[in-house]
Design a protein around this ligand. Structure first.
Ligand code: ADP
Ligand code: ZN
Length: 751
């Protein structure tokens, strides 16, 4: 037999190897293998088996990794689709479907030595006092880690080994699973009785699940079981999670598993616990595996294999959990489906939500996308009948939606001289909260102290030597820092312009550090804590600060978007957004959508307890529709006006984008290559129906990390045919060695 293998080398090609008889039993499509390649040994994945090969003198497969195939046939199929649709090398797509810890053979199960008391009838052999103590502990516990026994009996391994010689104990290596949540105390929860809107949504979802299930069992060999995608649109607190939980239970009843995707940042212990708690006992009890980037390699290995072995039937995780080997798969939930973190920003540049939908179609799994602020793409797909819309218009917890007040900062500006940080209204509202011992969150999506350092005499601005961006002033360590490439330099004492040397340098633009600073001066007795990626250095900083906030040790929390998502604090009655228009002025057609989402999400943090919440939105363009619609909690209104704008300019969801970016250190060469690429595009895909070709143009951030970047944007009605042609074109394209091309299909970040 011959195995066709995709190697973990950038070759865009498969190679045939022959399967030695002694490995024949273990090798199947999806097996990970080690093979000779030239003088090296490399790892790869078997993607097909064949009777014969067009090549002669095949080399043998050397070794099989893992006891069972790691890449299941359905995941293999998904990886193929990804490589085609996202124009990326198949080996890259294959690589990304397995966690590093599983792919590398080193991180295996952790084995520990256990001591086990053996059954013993009758008289004990003659033992020393110490040995008797050890035996009593072992007998009482039956079995325990050797290390623990040594500690408990205050003895040595050698002493216990001697006891083993008497036949009273056995010491053996056993797999000890690493459970990242072992220390959490999880109490089981009961199914809630749903309100009318929730019940209606759940009924639609379970009916779709049942329909697929029937179809699959009737016509077992049908290629494409019909699967449904739902968009569950419900305001924060409308009880989406309870709907998810009951839909998950239904999947388990059908004897199928499920995947729940949440943005990395919402994978707090709180969220994970809600899912674990429901399935920790009762007839539907199952392990809930968790996959995210804060796990150790060993933990990730163990969690993944619990899924592969079918012991964990529910997986909750961030983006890459969409590739979890759940089988059979009945349900995929994508919570906060509008989140941009679902898009991977390096190759393969996949969008986990879209991969989820494709996987659902392939495997007959029902997909539920949930959000309080759906993406325009998903809502549009409901309008044209591709997805079914389910709405939860009311809060389930009887809390009222917070009152949102827009503060026109132009008025505050007229009164004072400098650009104000706090309007009198917000300041007053904060003072009231402090008096009443309630809590507040202040939000500004920019870290650092000031965003620019400028000489008022000659106009010099401190810029990054590697990027086309000004440096941000960080006061704590007296440094200027680039937020793109992390370049750091000391603050100059004078203007660095040799012709100027003015000693007075000014700072402008504000970041969270300055907000914190100003607050401390305004409210010297308040307990104020800042939370942004400058402060969050250690793994548990996030958890610790949120814990302190929850237990009331902090009055005002200041932060970046890190604090905007999925958090739940009953005593927060005030949320202030310092500059709401910051997100509006991005060179991106989604700027309005992002602003609307951000304001709505942030506002949702207020008033989750018994006291009604209040939100202050400070803005210099208070009448912008994104701000006004967020004030009225009016998604439909926002969608209506935004879709009109997209229609006019033929932007997604009315089209699909392929963004080609060329980068290199020599700007002329990059520009020239971009012109050349455009010529090729015109020749090879210029005939595409409805194609709009724009550029080449400098990227919004022309220079980043010492690279100059130019972009070409293609817009088209249907992407899959175009991306196949693009892949061919890219492969044949000749570029200078120092110019790199990246292809981003359905890009989220246009900078
Ligand atoms: P979402 O996920 O939409 O933000 P949650 O599922 O977190 O909303 O629900 C918000 C609150 O309402 C939670 O405290 C939850 O326990 C409660 N809740 C949800 N559904 C019900 C229900 N049917 N009856 C009573 N309380 C509910
Ligand atoms: Zn830089």
């Amino acid at each position: 037999m011959i195995a066709r293998v995709t190697l973990e080398l950038a070759l865009r090609k498969e190679f045939d190897y022959f399967i030695p008889a002694e490995l024949a039993e273990q090798i199947d499509v999806g097996s990970r293998v080690q093979v000779p390649f030239g003088a090296r040994k490399v790892l790869g994945c078997v993607t097909a088996l064949a009777e014969e090969s067009a090549h002669t003198r095949l080399k043998p497969i050397l070794k099989v990794l893992g006891a069972r195939t790691l890449v299941t046939p359905s995941i293999l199929k998904l990886a193929r689709w990804m490589s085609e649709y996202y124009c990326c090398a198949p080996e890259l797509a294959l690589k990304s479907v397995l966690p590093e810890a599983v792919r590398q053979e080193q991180a295996g199960w952790r084995e520990r030595l256990y001591a086990r008391a053996l059954p013993w009838a009758g008289e004990l052999p003659k033992l020393s006092k110490r040995q008797k103590e050890i035996w009593h502990i072992a007998e009482e516990r039956r079995e325990l880690p050797l290390k623990e026994l040594i500690e408990l009996a205050d003895t040595t391994a050698a002493t216990i080994r001697r006891l083993e010689d008497t036949g009273l104990l056995a010491i053996s290596a056993q797999i000890s699973e690493r459970d990242p949540y072992a220390r959490e105390h999880i109490l089981p929860t009961q199914t809630l009785s749903l309100n009318a809107a929730q019940a209606k949504a759940l009924a639609a979802i379970t009916a779709a699940m049942d329909a697929v299930s029937e179809k699959v069992s009737k016509r077992a060999n049908e290629k494409r079981p019909l699967a449904h995608t739902f968009l569950l649109h419900g305001v924060t607190g409308s009880g989406k999670t309870e709907v998810y939980l009951q839909a998950l239970a239904h999947a388990l009843e059908q004897d199928r598993g499920a995947i729940v995707l949440v943005p990395e940042i919402s994978l707090t212990p709180q969220t994970v616990e809600r899912f674990k708690a429901r399935f920790s006992s009762g007839p539907l009890q199952t392990l809930v595996a968790v996959l995210h980037s804060h796990l150790s390699a060993g933990e990730r290995h163990d969690e993944w294999h619990k899924i592969r072995q079918g012991r964990a039937r529910i997986v909750i995780g961030a983006r890459s959990a969409i590739f979890a080997p759940v089988q059979p798969l009945g349900l995929i939930i994508v919570d906060e489906e509008h989140e941009s973190t679902y898009k991977q920003e390096e190759a393969p540049r996949y969008h986990a939500r879209d991969v989820a939908i494709v996987r659902g179609q392939m495997e007959g799994a029902t997909v539920v996308l949930g959000s309080a602020t759906p993406s325009l793409e998903s809502f549009y797909n409901c309008h044209r009948g591709k997805y079914r819309l389910l709405e939860l218009p009311e809060r389930a917890d009887d809390k009222r939606m917070p009152v949102v007040r827009i503060v026109d900062m132009r008025q505050t500006l007229r009164k004072g001289k400098a650009i104000p940080i706090f309007s009198p209204q917000l300041q007053e509202a904060m003072a009231r909260r402090l008096d009443r011992r309630e809590q507040a969150i202040l939000f500004l999506n920019r870290r650092g102290y000031s965003t620019a350092l400028q000489c008022p005499v000659c106009g010099y601005v401190a810029g990054c030597p590697n990027c086309s961006l000004s440096l941000t002033y960080h006061r704590q360590d007296q440094k200027l820092r680039c937020h793109i490439c992390a370049h750091t330099e000391p603050v100059p004492p004078l203007c660095p312009n040799p012709k100027c040397r003015n000693p007075e340098i000014r700072y402008s633009g504000l970041g969270t550090q300055r907000v914190e600073d100003t607050l401390t001066r305004l409210f010297p007795r308040a307990r104020i804590v800042r939370m942004d990626s400058d402060v969050m250095k250690r793994k548990d900083d996030y958890r610790r600060i949120l814990g302190d906030f929850r237990s009331g040790k902090i009055d005002i929390l200041v932060g970046t978007q890190m604090i905007a998502k999925g958090l739940h604090f009953p005593n927060v009655t005030l949320v202030g957004i310092i500059y709401a228009d910051l997100a509006l002025h991005q060179p991106d057609f989604r700027a309005g959508e992002r602003t609307f989402q951000l304001l709505t999400q942030v506002a949702g943090r207020a008033g989750r307890g018994d006291v009604e919440g209040e939100v202050f939105v400070q803005a210099f363009t208070p009448f912008h529709p994104a701000i006004q619609c967020a004030r009225r909690h009016d998604f439909a209104g926002f969608y209506e006006q935004e879709i009109g704008f997209r229609q006019q300019l033929k932007y997604p969801p009315l089209s699909r984008i392929a963004l080609l970016t060329l980068k290199g250190r020599n700007e002329e060469k990059v520009k020239f290559s971009a012109e050349h690429l455009k010529g090729e595009l015109q020749k090879k895909v210029g005939d595409f129906k409805d194609l709009i070709l724009a550029g080449p143009a400098p990227a919004p951030l022309l220079r980043a990390e010492t690279y100059y970047r130019y972009q070409i944007m293609l817009r088209v009605q249907r992407m899959s045919a175009l991306s196949l042609r693009l892949a061919e074109l890219v492969q044949a394209l000749k570029l200078p060695d120092d110019v790199l091309l990246s292809v981003d299909i359905d890009p989220v970040d246009l900078a």
